[in-house]
Ligand binder design. Sequence first.
Ligand code: NAG
Ligand code: NAG
Ligand code: NAG
Ligand code: NAG
Length: 383
Amino acid sequence: MANLASKLHAQPWWLLLVSSLLVSNIHHRVNAEPQVPCYFIFGDSLSDSGNNNDLTTTAKVNYSPYGIDFPEGPTGRFCNGRTMQDIIVQLLGFQEFIPPFATARGQEILKGVNYASGSAGILNESGQQLGENVNMNMQLSNHQTVTARITEMLGKCSASKLLRKCIYAVQIGSNDYINNYFIPEVYNSSRLFTPQQYAAYLIQQYSQQIETLYNDGARMLALFGIGAIGCTPNAMAIYGTDGSTCVEKMNSAAQLFNERLISLVDELNSNFTDAKFTYLNPSGISTTNSLGFTVANASCCDIGSNGELCVPGSEPCGDRSRYVFWDAFHPSDAWNEIIAAEAYATEFSGQAYPFNIKKMAQLQSNNVADGDICEIGENHCNM
Ligand SMILES: *[C@@H]1O[C@H](CO)[C@@H](O)[C@H](O)[C@H]1NC(C)=O
Ligand SMILES: *[C@@H]1O[C@H](CO)[C@@H](O)[C@H](O)[C@H]1NC(C)=O
Ligand SMILES: *[C@@H]1O[C@H](CO)[C@@H](O)[C@H](O)[C@H]1NC(C)=O
Ligand SMILES: *[C@@H]1O[C@H](CO)[C@@H](O)[C@H](O)[C@H]1NC(C)=O
């Protein structure tokens, strides 16, 4: 309240109102504002946009034919074009993609940062047989570096008000299965835990990570489940499908994780009432054929003999919009468009629970219409 009083003292309220209307009008005409001011991304190769490029790892793809359908060519995205998160960011009305932590500079961090890293997991050790990665715990500490910089730029009060208006998208966990539990030659986890116990262990770690994010100011959290990891061309080639369409033991392990993640979302929503959490199912709808996808069991690019990533410099398939998979693990731009549109706008609670991304953005703007005003550079909050 002291805030508002000093604001009124400094300038007549109607002048503030008129000038802010003018500003928002101009913005709307020239350059529509996104539905949320900022979007932070945590995750693995499904969301990475270049964080692994300078790491010592085989899990990086800053070479052709990756990016063949991306305006900037190969960037480190594990896709021919945009990731699902890139497309959600566009649907929210951002004019530019969220910059990767590795190269984000200056003012651009105010719109959000992408911390995702190929091969990373919830557990520190997942994916390490491939080389370095930025695991979820390190991504959270990178985020603390960024929030400290934002606080330096804006002052504590404005920074915390900005941070609670952002959406925080988290999609992690696939590598705790693909690059941990299902590689018994390297990892012990499948001998130490049943699939049920492992899902419980992962969710317990994940829950602490999400609480860290909350403690660093996040109030709008979109938590994505693990996709159908048993249906990737790689999984089918390595483990075989026993006559079914996918590797069932992998899908059912991921399903156990997702079920617990949904319960976690319920728990978080009831424990942290000043925040919103939602679960998104990234598997999309299963009727691939009716959407014009004719190939769901093979990769579009040439994955060579290791059967994983595209062979550098190789010629990919021509009809990329008909392939669900770009390489042996990662969906094509065309498929990402389908699942991004679902996450953004689906009304089906099996896909978005309790609400979709669009609704989350609306709840956010309702939330902040509460009259909180910060003085420039103000260093404490009256809320
Ligand atoms: C994981 O790594 C972080 C540092 O990034 C460390 O603080 C934490 O203790 C590690 N966790 C485990 C279970 O080893
Ligand atoms: C796997 O388990 C064995 C025996 O329990 C232990 O000696 C070894 O350190 C474990 N390896 C890893 C990577 O945890
Ligand atoms: C929610 O609160 C209950 C009761 O205090 C607690 O037992 C539980 O661990 C909390 N869950 C989370 C995810 O914070
Ligand atoms: C993919 O499915 C098609 C038709 O269902 C089948 O003919 C083909 O052999 C499959 N390819 C692979 C690599 O399993």
